[in-house]
Design a binder for this molecule. Structure first.
Ligand SMILES: NC(=O)c1ccc[n+]([C@@H]2O[C@H](COP(=O)([O-])OP(=O)(O)OC[C@H]3O[C@@H](n4cnc5c(N)ncnc54)[C@H](O)[C@@H]3O)[C@@H](O)[C@H]2O)c1
Length: 444
């Protein structure tokens, strides 16, 4: 039987404090924390954030009703967020932000007191899954199940210490090596047995996710590896009625790809080649320099074009598409990634054309508002009874999780329409279908 969603006043209000716990206090997390602290002090505006800056139209264009999303939905307030997390290094968020070099010293110093207070708890970590990293701040236990229980204890202590009402967990740790589903991932029973016997195929991120879902805490996966997208953890999410979403924050080159490709496809232009290459020099880049971790990223990066261009539906336009993605670790560039795309397209009578894109972006500057929006929307979804896979948040992901039998929607504009219509649905407004016929004809 399908679940019912709470709408309007029936959504549980966002009262009390929202605890945000992140496995991985690195570049993205610390950029989010510093930004939120700065915004609380009125030092910066929340640029790039749908929940804080976004507005949507309600009703007909002639009504002139364009309202702020945060005034329409009962979202948690930035004032009510308390950050915490786990990392394999003992560095406080202040030290980690300094090390990441995403933000200027002045921006870190302006929120130094708040950032110094965030000290990571000991991580659940296994080098088998992140070969390029090692750190001393790691839990030791007799089994993976005991590790999960220790994480649950951390969450409980954090809630007590800060008088927290609700919690969301968002993975912003390093990308783990690609791990396909095996027998242990097929049922919750097999998974729990696997935790007890420390089955090697259960990844650290899956131990965090198991802990979160067991405590009815929404779990967001900001990295490309597989975590909750396995039958066992989805079974737990269903059993406990918890929201899950992922994977891989949509930033940088893939963000642009999902902006450009829908335009090319809408005009029915052909594509026979799309070559994408990147240089980046942060810790994320170093981790992705390992072939097994890159495989997780490659899978999420490669998938987007097929679902937008649909070669099976338009074989004349896209059946020969050659899509290649490269990430090159190049330390001098730090977090300031540079990407190049060469797109070979063809038009009327098969005549070839080329598009070149050179994006000089800042990865964590693009990722931080995405992470904030996901946290606030996942918390809202949980209070609205929207549990299980949150496909409506596809807008924020490179490789959105979807229900069984569905293909993901990767077109950014289709994703935006989906998200906005869900917001309208939640506040008992009509969805907007964009036919525009109402202004000219009687379509009742
Ligand atoms: N920066 C972006 O724009 C962007 C975009 C999409 C996805 N991502 C993903 O987000 C994640 C974080 O990116 P980042 O740039 O902040 O990386 P980062 O290397 O700066 O930070 C990751 C942190 O996670 C820690 N860590 C690793 N394994 C851990 C574990 N098992 N438990 C707890 N902590 C652990 C590391 O010590 C590090 O401090 C990566 O997986 C990355 O692929 C980043």
């Amino acid at each position: 039987m399908k679940k019912k969603i709470k709408r309007g006043d029936a959504i549980f209000p966002a009262k009390g404090k929202l605890g945000v716990l992140v496995p991985g206090i690195g570049a993205v997390s610390t950029t989010l924390f510093a930004g939120v602290f700065a915004m609380r002090k009125g030092l910066h505006k929340p640029i790039g954030s749908v929940t804080q800056t976004g507005k949507i139209r309600l009703g007909l264009r002639t009504n002139n009703r364009i309202e702020a999303i945060k005034d329409l939905l009962p979202l948690a307030n930035l004032e009510d967020i308390v950050f915490g997390g786990w990392d394999i290094f003992e560095d406080s968020a202040y030290d980690s932000a300094t090390h990441a070099k995403v933000l200027d010293t002045a921006d870190i110093e302006a929120v130094a007191d708040e950032m110094k207070q965030i000290k990571p708890m000991k991580a659940v970590f296994d080098r088998q899954y992140v070969k390029r990293l090692d750190g001393p701040h790691v839990k030791k236990a007799s089994s993976k199940m005991v590790l999960a229980e220790l994480l649950m204890k951390d969450v409980e202590n954090f809630k007590q210490e800060h008088n927290i009402d609700r919690v969301v967990i968002c993975w912003a740790g390093s990308t783990e090596a690609y791990q396909a589903d095996t027998d242990v991932h097929q049922t919750l029973e097999a998974f729990e047995q696997g935790l007890k016997s420390s089955n090697k195929d259960i990844t650290p991120s899956q131990i965090y996710a198991y802990a979160a879902l067991s405590m009815k805490i929404p779990y967001i996966n900001g990295a490309p590896h597989i975590t909750t997208d396995c039958p066992a953890l989805l079974e737990l999410a269903e059993k406990n009625q918890v929201a899950v979403c992922g994977k891989d924050f949509k930033t940088g080159q893939t963000l642009l790809k999902t902006i450009i490709a829908p335009g090319i496809q809408s005009r029915l232009l052909g594509v026979n080649g799309w070559f994408s290459t990147n240089i980046l020099g942060n810790r994320d880049g170093e981790v992705l320099d390992d072939a097994d971790s890159f495989k997780s990223k490659e899978v999420t990066k490669l998938g987007v074009l097929d679902s937008i261009l649909k070669p099976d539906v338009y074989p004349d336009l896209y059946k020969d598409l050659y899509h290649k993605v490269r990430i090159n670790y190049y330390p001098p560039r730090g977090d300031n990634k540079e990407s190049w795309d060469n797109i070979d397209i063809f038009g009327w009578m098969g005549y070839p054309m080329q598009i070149k894109v050179n994006f000089l972006c800042r990865d964590s500057i693009l990722a931080a508002p995405v992470m904030l929006d996901l946290i606030l929307f996942a918390d809202l979804s949980q209070r609205a009874g929207m549990t299980g896979i949150l496909e409506w948040l596809s807008f924020f992901f490179k490789s959105p999780m979807v229900g069984e039998g569905l293909y993901p929607e990767n077109d950014l504009f289709a994703q935006r329409d989906k998200m906005e219509n869900v917001i309208r649905y939640l506040i008992n407004e009509e969805p907007i279908h964009h036919t525009g016929l109402d202004y000219y004809y009687d379509v009742t």
